[in-house]
Design a protein. Structure first.
Length: 202
């Protein structure tokens, strides 16, 4: 039977999407035996290994893809693999390379997460703010920026960004509970109770 590369590629991708990872992995490897420099397949098998929590193999394949094609997407995938491999410094380096190809809020958000592993609050806050500058409605960045300010005991800014979260979403009981705790820290018990009441009655 003639080997139809595109057909096998499509099948592998469909299996991958269905989370049938072992079957997809086998087909991806067959494809790479034929075209070892197929950037798309290298990237996909790298992502597959990330899903299987095999960060060593993920880094291997994603590095090969990135050597062949410099793009924000592949760079971000490789940086994510380093992040989950507990190598935040390498993750940050690659994420910053990704920014040279495309500046977006997701990359800045991911850089902030990597700095969190290093407890570098100056850069955590800086990169969450850059994400928010690009996308003021990035709820996750606002939420985590509020938490970062809480961690450094800057309760006023923690409250400010919690309120920004509520402007975007007023149906998240977690943010109201968080806000209640902030007001309690400030000994403003009336506002603390009000925030908690809003959390309960969402």
């Amino acid at each position: 039977m003639k080997f139809n590369y595109q057909e096998i590629s499509d099948t592998a991708y469909k299996l991958h999407k269905k989370n049938m990872l072992d079957e997809a992995e086998k087909l991806y490897k067959e494809l790479l035996n034929i075209r070892p420099d197929d950037v798309n397949v290298l990237n996909l098998i790298g992502l597959l290994y990330l899903a299987k929590h095999n960060t060593t193999e993920a880094i291997n394949y994603l590095s090969r893809a990135y050597i062949l094609k410099k793009s924000a997407y592949i760079a971000s995938n490789l940086a994510k693999a380093y992040y989950f491999n507990s190598e935040p410094e390498k993750a940050i380096k690659i994420y910053k390379q990704a920014l040279s190809y495309e500046e977006n809020d997701d990359i800045y958000y991911s850089i902030a997460l990597a700095y969190k592993k290093l407890n570098d609050y100056e850069n955590i806050i800086l990169n969450y703010k850059k994400a928010i500058e690009i996308n003021p409605k990035n709820y996750s960045a606002l939420y985590n920026l509020s938490l970062a300010y809480k961690d450094i005991k800057d309760i006023n800014n923690a409250i400010f960004y919690a309120e920004k979260c509520i402007e975007i979403r007023n149906d998240d009981d977690d943010i109201f509970a968080l806000l209640s705790g902030y007001y309690e820290d400030k000994k403003d018990y009336e506002l603390s109770i009000e925030a908690l009441r809003r959390a309960i009655f969402i």
